[in-house]
Design a protein around this ligand. Sequence first.
Ligand code: FE2
Ligand code: FE2
Length: 291
Amino acid sequence: MASPQFIRDKVQTIIQLPTLPAVAQEVVEMVENPKTSASRLGRVIEADQALTGKVLKIANSAFYGFPKQIATVDFAIIVLGFDALKEIVISISLVSALQKKGDATFDAHRFWDHSIYSGVIARRLARDLGYRVSGEVFVGGLLHDMGISALHQYFRNEYDEIQQRAESSGLPFIEAEREVLGVTHADIGGWLAERWNFPNHLVEAIFKHHEPLEAKENPDLVSIIHCADVLANTLCGSPMQYEEGLTFHPDVLHRLHLDDPGLLDRYVENYRSIIASDITQFKSMFGAARD
Ligand SMILES: [Fe+2]
Ligand SMILES: [Fe+2]
């Protein structure tokens, strides 16, 4: 069995995973720096013409709901804010990385749907629960399971073995991951996030989305991503194999003041009707962004 350290080294150094483009990396770092001004950030984005075009398309989409035409990146930053800009730039950069081709053992279409649902729900849940909405919530939801995609692409034999073991033994997929690899897709996703120099709380959200009580940096963020993950499975039809058996952690519901069962049911029903339009908008804007 490959050791966890071997897998970590392979994830971080050997495999040719997409690196975050330099401009996206720079945007992530600038947004984290309180001294960054809107005009400086605008200049960095505008230096990349293709990115500028995509940012403006998305900023003008119904998803962000700004009533007037946004014609410049500076204006987009002022009206949408740094966090939304970061959310847009990271999403543009990573959408193609997530949209890999599937096969008989990995349904890429459903994986992508689950990612989008989780991002959109996390964003809405954070707002509805009164948490400070930031780009991390959306990006964390979108990317929380990217370790699954990496596992399938770069550790194919192990992926197949995990799947077979989960099927034959009835173990949850994540337990089969631990048995076969000694690590989980959450660890692999977290290492990738570290490699991309994501902010610590985003790295943590990816690392800990299945163990939300272990969060230290930002337990609220991890709790929201965890709940969005479960809700995404509830609202997006049948879960993929690697998500089967996933349930809300009771302590997380308590932390988010969602531990009244009637309240949670109302969220589910409410989201069932409103999330669909968010999803359509998200898909169309990223479809447009890939032109
Ligand atoms: Fe997961
Ligand atoms: Fe998930």
